[in-house]
Design a protein around this ligand. Structure first.
Ligand SMILES: NC(=O)c1ccc[n+]([C@@H]2O[C@H](COP(=O)([O-])OP(=O)(O)OC[C@H]3O[C@@H](n4cnc5c(N)ncnc54)[C@H](OP(=O)(O)O)[C@@H]3O)[C@@H](O)[C@H]2O)c1
Length: 283
């Protein structure tokens, strides 16, 4: 976040859906002091995910309309299959018509056109932005991308960028790229958790205690990512630099290549991207 910037003039922020992604973004907003807990409204049908919000001190409710009424910026943070139910609940629990609201969708796959059409049935002048965040937002190392709907303003884009930047990097991209970006960064933490777990398993197999192995695997992934980001070198060059002729690393690389790691990771991003498009089509 730019030093000195605040959410002045934006006011209150709501989350319709209280789960992992909402908690990651809400947690980042609170941790960095961009928002006070008293300026956050959260709704979900059950109490399953309300515990952390109650601890934060935010307002919680089961009525989605209450969140919309009280907030200037409303994050839609339910799974795509629950979008229609969530919007219906907004409609049914709004006590009066509302206007001048910015809706920010976190839903994988659901296009801006569909979001605008559905949201405008309830809040006709709503502005809409579509975001694809990831859960490392919670620890300040997130990677979020967003695209603006037809009536979203430059200020709306700035506000969303400022909010998401409290939890890492955030960039505006063309909507045509958002499913693919999500297939990488939105889903990517899960791919990397699996890789960390497997690296840890390898070290455990070779006699390293589990806790130590997981810590070393995680730090290694973090370190390699920082090397790519901070040196600006191509990952292939960095790989070459640590592969001594006849050494240990090139033997490890050979094992990875035999297992098809590159192709498998490419296929993971492709599969997730296609699934996002499918989820969007079903809406
Ligand atoms: N998790 C990620 O890494 C990630 C990354 C990028 C994008 N996203 C997107 O973020 C969205 C949320 O994902 P998540 O992982 O946070 O899911 P989650 O942990 O399952 O949370 C979903 C939340 O939506 C609530 N909900 C369900 N039906 C609702 C309704 N009718 N009205 C209001 N709230 C409702 C659930 O309520 P209960 O608490 O009562 O069950 C829950 O609090 C998804 O659309 C996903 O595509 C997630």
């Amino acid at each position: 976040m730019d030093a000195g910037k605040t959410l002045e003039g934006v006011g209150k922020v709501g989350f319709v859906g209280a789960g992992n992604m909402a908690q990651a973004i809400g947690g980042a907003l609170l941790r960095t002091g961009l928002l006070k807990a008293s300026n956050i409204y959260v709704s979900s049908p059950s109490n399953t995910n309300k515990g952390p919000w109650i601890q934060f001190g935010t307002h919680t409710t089961t009525e989605n309309g209450c969140v919309v009424e009280n907030s200037d910026v409303i994050f839609l943070a339910m799974k795509p299959i629950y979008l229609d139910a969530a919007l219906m609940d907004i409609k049914n629990t709004l006590k009066q018509p509302v206007s001048n609201k910015l809706f920010v969708s976190l839903l994988a796959g659901v296009p801006l056109k569909v979001l605008e059409e559905k949201i405008h049935r309830i809040v006709p002048d709503a502005r809409v932005i579509r975001v694809m965040p990831n859960t490392p937002v919670l620890v300040g190392a997130g990677c979020s991308v967003f695209s603006c709907g037809t009536t979203a303003t430059k200020k709306d884009a700035e506000v969303v960028k400022m909010m998401l930047s409290t939890g890492g990097i955030c960039q505006e991209i063309s909507e045509s790229l958002i499913d693919a970006a999500g297939g990488l960064s939105g889903c990517g933490p899960a791919y990397v958790y699996l890789i960390i777990e497997a690296l840890s398993d390898g070290a455990v197999k070779m006699g390293v205690p589990r806790a130590m192995a997981t810590q070393f695997a995680s730090q290694t992934v973090l370190g390699a990512a920082k090397m790519v980001l901070e040196t600006g070198k191509h990952p292939g060059q960095l790989k070459d630099e640590v592969c001594s002729p006849g050494g240990t690393t090139i033997c490890g690389i050979h094992a990875l290549e035999k297992g098809g790691v590159r192709s498998t990771l490419m296929e993971a991003v492709e599969a997730a991207t296609k699934r996002a498009a499918e989820l969007g089509k079903n809406k």
